[in-house]
Design a protein around this ligand. Structure first.
Ligand code: NI
Ligand code: MN
Length: 226
């Protein structure tokens, strides 16, 4: 699959010809001065939880593409009040849209909307078609529940895991998460955007290498095929 990094936890993943946008936080990201939000084209928007650093630009991008937001019930409802199309999921549930199956899985974190209203419980996504499978962890601590993913989903080809510590797991725990989900190819997210989550890239890569895993740290707008 083809993965483009938009900074922080924002990605466009192309799977089976569909462009899936995850957690867009572009306008407010101090590290991304290159991406023009008006140019973002996608078929679906997946939001892991309600925090502004994951859904700040979802409304505009959903409108300009007339596309559906998939998230938990509370996040979808919040955007629904702005007349954005949505498909709600809750933990353990999945749906198939245009040949792509999307499952909402557990994350240990918090969730509130940018205006402070209730954002439900945070989650991650496992997304697959007949050929490939992606785990997008969202903001989360390391959790034993990650072991359920290889038991209940197809073999995970690529995992996008937070590695920045402080608000999520750090890279040492993320390397254990890669073992739990039985995935060798990891793309890092949720690092360096703010002072709290600045990391040593070489040390992060080494932590994964020590477990026989590869950590990819992308530049903003960089595209990788995995
Ligand atoms: Ni968060
Ligand atoms: Mn976050």
């Amino acid at each position: 699959m083809n993965i483009q990094f938009l900074g922080h936890s924002g990605f466009i993943v192309t799977l089976g010809g569909k462009r899936i946008l995850f957690d867009p936080f572009i306008g407010g990201n101090p590290l991304n001065n290159t991406t023009n939000i008006d140019d973002i084209a996608c078929d679906l928007i997946l939001l892991s939880h309600g925090h502004a650093d994951h859904c700040a630009d979802a409304e505009q991008i959903a409108r300009q593409n007339d596309c559906t937001i998939i998230s938990n019930y509370e996040v979808v409802n919040w955007f629904g009040q702005k007349e954005i199309k949505g498909h709600p999921l809750n933990h353990g549930g999945m749906t198939t849209i245009d040949g792509i199956t999307i499952k909402y899985v557990n994350a240990i974190h918090t969730s509130s909307m940018p205006d402070g209203s209730y954002g439900g419980n945070p989650g991650g996504f496992v997304v697959w078609n007949d050929d490939e499978c992606l785990y997008f962890a969202g903001d989360t601590a390391l959790t034993m529940d990650m072991k359920l993913i290889p038991m209940t989903c197809p073999k995970v080809t690529v995992s996008i895991l937070p590695i920045g510590d402080n608000f999520t797991m750090g890279f040492e725990d993320a390397a254990i998460a890669a073992q739990f989900v039985e995935c060798d190819n990891i793309v890092g997210c949720h690092f360096d955007t703010f002072g709290y989550i600045e990391i040593d890239h070489a040390a992060a890569k080494q932590a994964f290498e020590a477990k026989g895993k590869t950590l990819h740290i992308l530049e903003i707008e960089e595209i990788i095929d995995l």
